[in-house]
Design a protein around this ligand. Structure first.
Ligand SMILES: NC(=O)c1ccc[n+]([C@@H]2O[C@H](COP(=O)([O-])OP(=O)(O)OC[C@H]3O[C@@H](n4cnc5c(N)ncnc54)[C@H](OP(=O)(O)O)[C@@H]3O)[C@@H](O)[C@H]2O)c1
Length: 274
């Protein structure tokens, strides 16, 4: 799978990871767990490592922890989760719980979810990074209206990662966020690459353009994901699914030829014409 460097360290990260919102909020046993284990196996077999979760996602952290424990894979996952609460003590409690649920002494990326009480949590994150408990620090938001808040926070404080929305139908991040992150050396993790699934309803009756084969795309999901990861400021993208078929589809977007700037324009023009 294609990799990109995390600007603050140069560490390579595979461009396709998996999000866990909704799809991993299930019982941490039986066939529900088996299916999520298979989804993660598909990610690892394809060369992916990034798993994004949050205490906001119900049982998702517990399910990721249980799936990883049962899988016993040789692949080292890149675990990303979040703190999503108000107050210093509540934040520490919540993050401590995430270590337990994920079954790991180290969390690769701790993000402040939707910037909730971010100035309170940041000193704890900095201290834990010093101690090696977490490896990278990030902030997240999921709406276009949150992009300016993220940029303002980046101007105030240094972060390794920003997680924000960017998709073929939602390109506001190109205005300020992506150029700023590229200039400042901040990694971008993209959420909602399919507009939470909404993109698929628009293309339902439309075939892929013939020239999709030039960038090794065999599905609309790959078309949407390749559009995102071919932007030079993007580090990785975390599509959400718990379906085996979708997981196989999505990891394939990290392989093969990627569009250049001209082809990206053509992709967007085609999408806009539908
Ligand atoms: N504030 C934040 O920090 C924030 C906010 C939102 C999201 N996130 C993160 O970003 C991740 C991704 O966002 P998201 O899950 O909201 O939305 P998304 O990835 O844009 O869309 C997920 C939807 O797309 C469908 N899908 C996935 N792969 C598909 C494929 N190959 N073919 C057809 N349909 C497919 C899924 O259905 P199936 O499961 O049926 O395939 C699901 O309904 C989340 O899981 C979460 O980790 C973070």
């Amino acid at each position: 799978m294609l990799t990109r460097s995390i600007p603050s360290t140069g560490e390579k990260l595979p461009v396709i990871g998996f999000g866990t919102w909704q799809g991993f909020d299930v019982r941490a046993r039986g066939s529900s767990l088996d299916q999520r284990m298979e989804v993660l196996r598909i990610l690892f077999n394809a060369g992916g490592t990034v798993i994004d979760s949050s205490p906001m996602y119900g049982r998702a952290e517990e399910v990721v922890g249980a799936a990883l424990a049962n899988l016993k894979s040789d692949v080292k996952p890149f675990l990303a989760t979040k703190v999503w609460t108000n107050g210093l003590k509540a934040g520490i409690r919540q993050m401590d719980n995430s270590f337990n649920l994920l079954g790991s002494d180290v969390i690769d990326l701790m993000q402040i979810h939707n910037l909730v009480d971010w100035r309170t949590h940041l000193p704890v994150l900095r201290e834990w990074k010093e101690q090696g408990r977490i490896r990278y620090i990030g902030i997240t938001h999921y709406t276009d209206s949150g992009l300016d808040q993220l940029c303002d926070a980046m101007e105030e404080e240094a972060f390794d990662f920003v997680q924000c929305c960017y998709a073929i139908n939602a390109r506001a991040a190109e205005n300020r966020m992506l150029p700023m992150a590229a200039d400042m050396g901040v990694a971008i993790m993209v959420n909602k690459p399919f507009g939470q699934g909404g993109l698929f309803s628009r293309i339902r009756r439309h075939p892929l353009p013939d020239w999709s084969s030039e960038i090794d795309c065999s599905s609309w999901a790959q078309f949407f994901l390749k559009y995102i990861v071919s932007h030079p400021a993007i580090t990785c993208v975390i599509p959400g699914t718990s379906r085996i078929e979708s997981a196989n589809d999505n990891v394939a977007a990290g392989m093969g030829r990627m569009p250049d700037a001209d082809l990206r324009n053509r992709m967007h023009a085609y999408w806009s014409s539908l």
